[in-house]
Design a protein around this ligand. Structure first.
Ligand code: ADP
Ligand code: MG
Length: 695
């Protein structure tokens, strides 16, 4: 959607403009005083407002590009309809009293959205602070501060947060292009602004503070396109209600709504932050600095302690300390006193003047092994910080590498910090923050470099899978277990030889066919079979009949009215050579199907060592999941064990992701365990919940 009319109008009408002290209508008029275009107050009861001639109605205000509405809530829908009739295409509804204010307000908001849809309006709000755009000099808000100019566009679901941030940003030397307070998002939401800014040459970074995302999938798809060109940093607070499905799987229990956000935003290449501080730290670095070519960082400092702190922070981040080329070390040796440290972190010593910093920076920034640098200066008498700031700016520009600075002082650092901020070099008191901002640059570099891979597609026998689900639905069953393992077979996921039998004799016969066997009770009413002693491993064929009776007896005593479908006789899988993993599926109301991979077995929920992605996943995403969990080293072959067949694991994750995408009727599904061995994978257990209405 093209939202330029919203941010760069020629003629703005303020509907509900007044001179009343302390009113929103007056504040908006005052904020528009500096707008270079035309401003028309609309108020039937006044001749003029703050010296401007009033129109009695928006239809009499001439060719209006943007209507800012501040009338009381009950009048809003009428006014907006009138504006739309008069040909206005962009509307900002500042007025409150909508869905945030009970059912009457919610009804009003639906009416407003309906009018907007009918006239195809670009409408911001209601219940918002307004919009700003520095290139067009537009401040259509009732906030106290106009944004300073810059290349960051910022959206916020909280209006108060906008005012707070702008106030603070001015001091921090941070500048903005467009700013929008989203309000109740009756029409335009985060996905629309993301799209608009993604194509905007004036916006180099998009920042967002969001409490909810209206349509997770749409947002992820848009963000995926935008982040290929423009970095997007989001702080997402609050948690949405848990999914509509009451979780009866491990995957559902672990998922929670935040896992979906985490996964979706990550797949879309959005940098997600936890704190407001990070939001603006990252924003500032991305807006002012180039992306690093490599992840190795050089530290130049005049004090040992902060240098070590910075180096520790490098280790905690996705960065690594640069190890200098020999020529660099020699150059540093020649330029610095004997006592200086010429290895990373470079310590130019406490008595260093600006010259030593300049020499050290020249040396490290020329080193091909250095991707980025942090400069740390503690206050000492021989060092002029303003000179140092200039040296940093100059050297950063000449090298084209990203640099972050730490001037570890208070008031006295301010002028030097201003010089750095003007040049786009982020400055911090804390060395760890400086490193984290470089880490954000590296993280975005990885996003930019990745190639979009479409979800893998697999041969699957969909008809056979559908038949399994339909058979269960016909029996009125929503919860299926190992009796439905044919589903996995239909999707090409390896399963051990198994058979569900209904008599002790049949159990013995089936056990003879597989040699040593595992026997499991099969009942839709028993979720965790081993919890009731319903699984017996290592059963010899001659014991199978007795074990059959025993399992059935246990199930009966556990729950007399449980439906028993029989006993599954399954081939043994060699667990000693393998690792029990879990692959699961759940559904999120905003993001749709999610796939989970993790360390499996009976302690899944205790360990919660899992990774999530929005389905369908690409092969790369499935592979990332297998390397992301804490137990990844186990899969790669820790302590002399042979590595498992990771390709087979990745394949199984991809296939289940496709199953989830193909069948919305599968609400939740766990394969736990999927035993991964050096020779492949084997799905030994299955549980799923089906919604027959979606078949
Ligand atoms: P549940 O999860 O309902 O208790 P499972 O079928 O997952 O039942 O079995 C529980 C555990 O028994 C598994 O985690 C695994 O350790 C072991 N097990 C199950 N089937 C096999 C098999 N075919 N080969 C080896 N071990 C198995
Ligand atoms: Mg299990």
């Amino acid at each position: 959607m093209d939202l330029r009319g919203l941010f760069a109008p020629s003629r703005v009408a303020v509907v509900g403009a007044t001179e009343r002290e302390g009113s929103v209508g007056r504040a908006v008029m005052e904020n528009l005083a500096g707008f270079p275009g035309e401003v028309v107050p609309v108020n039937p009861d006044r001749e003029t407002v703050l010296g401007r001639d009033c129109a009695a109605a928006v239809s009499e205000a001439g060719d209006v590009d943007l209507a800012v509405v501040v009338v009381p809530a009950p009048a809003v829908v009428g006014v907006v309809e009138e504006a739309a009739e008069a040909g206005v295409e962009n509307v900002v509804v500042i007025s409150a009293g909508f869905s945030e204010a009970g059912s009457e307000g919610a009804r009003r908001e639906r009416e407003l959205a309906a009018v907007a849809a009918e006239y195809d309006l670009a409408l911001v709000g209601p219940n918002c602070l307004g919009v700003m755009s520095t290139p067009s000099g537009l401040n259509a808000t009732f906030g106290p501060t106009m944004a300073p100019e810059g290349n960051i566009s910022f959206m916020s679901q909280s209006g108060a947060f906008v005012t707070a941030v702008l106030d603070w940003a001015a001091e921090e030397g941070m500048g903005f292009n467009d700013v929008v307070s989203l309000g109740n998002k009756a029409v335009l939401d985060e996905t629309d602004f993301l799209g608009a800014w993604g194509g905007d040459p004036e916006t180099d970074v998009v920042l967002g503070y969001l409490e909810s995302i209206e349509d997770g999938r749409a947002f992820v798809e848009r963000a995926r396109e935008v982040t290929a060109e423009t970095p997007v940093v989001l702080a997402k607070s609050g948690r949405t209600e848990a999914g509509a499905t009451a979780a009866s799987s491990h995957t559902g229990a672990i998922a929670g709504s935040d896992r979906a956000y985490e996964a979706g935003l990550r797949q879309a290449g959005v940098l997600r932050v936890e704190t407001v501080q990070e939001l603006f730290d990252f924003g500032r670095a991305l807006a002012g600095q180039p992306l690093p070519e490599s992840e190795s960082v050089a530290v130049v400092t005049n004090a040992g302690g902060p240098g070590v702190m910075a180096t520790d922070a490098v280790g905690d981040a996705s960065l690594s300390p640069a190890s200098f080329a020999e020529a660099t070390v020699e150059r540093l040796e020649a330029a610095l006193p004997d006592a200086a440290n010429v290895y990373n972190p470079v310590d130019v010593l406490g008595d260093a003047g600006v010259g030593r910093f300049a020499d050290a920076l020249d040396a490290v920034l020329a080193d091909p092994n250095v991707g980025a640098a942090v400069v740390i200066a503690c206050p000492v008498a021989v060092l002029d910080w303003e000179d140092l700031a200039e040296v940093i700016v100059e050297r950063q520009r000449a090298s084209g590498l990203p640099v972050a600075a730490c001037l570890m002082g208070g008031e006295r650092a301010a002028p030097a910090e201003a010089t750095l901020a003007d040049a786009g070099i982020p400055t911090y008191f804390d060395p760890a923050r400086a490193v984290e901002s470089l880490d954000a640059l590296a993280a975005y570099r990885r996003v930019r470099d990745r190639e979009y891979a479409p979800p893998a597609s697999f041969d699957a026998d969909r008809e056979r899978a559908r038949a399994v689900l339909e058979r269960a639905a016909d029996r009125g069953e929503r919860r299926l277990g190992v009796e439905a393992m044919e589903l996995l077979d239909a999707y090409g996921i390896p399963t051990p030889r198994s058979e569900v039998v209904e008599s002790p004799e049949a159990a013995e016969r089936a056990a003879r066919e597989v040699g040593e066997a595992v026997l499991k009770i099969v009942s839709p009413d028993i979720l965790h079979k081993s919890d009731i002693g319903g699984v017996r491993v290592g059963v010899a064929p001659e014991e199978a009949a007795d074990v059959y009776e025993e399992l059935v007896a246990r199930a009966r005593s556990y729950q007399p009215d449980a439906t028993l479908l029989g006993v599954q006789v399954q081939e043994m899988v060699d667990l000693d050579a393998g690792t029990e993993t879990i692959v699961g599926v759940t559904r999120d109301p905003q993001f749709g199907p999610l796939v989970m991979f993790g360390l499996g077995g009976i302690f899944v929920e205790v360990l919660e060592d899992t990774a999530f992605r929005v389905a369908p996943v690409s092969e790369r995403e499935a592979r990332e999941m297998t390397s992301e969990i804490d137990a990844a080293p186990l899969l790669r072959g820790a302590r002399g064990r042979e590595p498992v067949d990771l390709d087979a694991v990745v394949d199984a994750v991809g296939r289940l992701s496709q199953l989830a995408t193909d069948f919305p009727a599968v609400l939740e599904l766990d394969v736990n365990p999927l035993v991964a061995t050096p020779d492949g994978v084997s799905a030994v257990d299955l549980r799923l919940t089906v919604d027959p209405a979606k078949l």
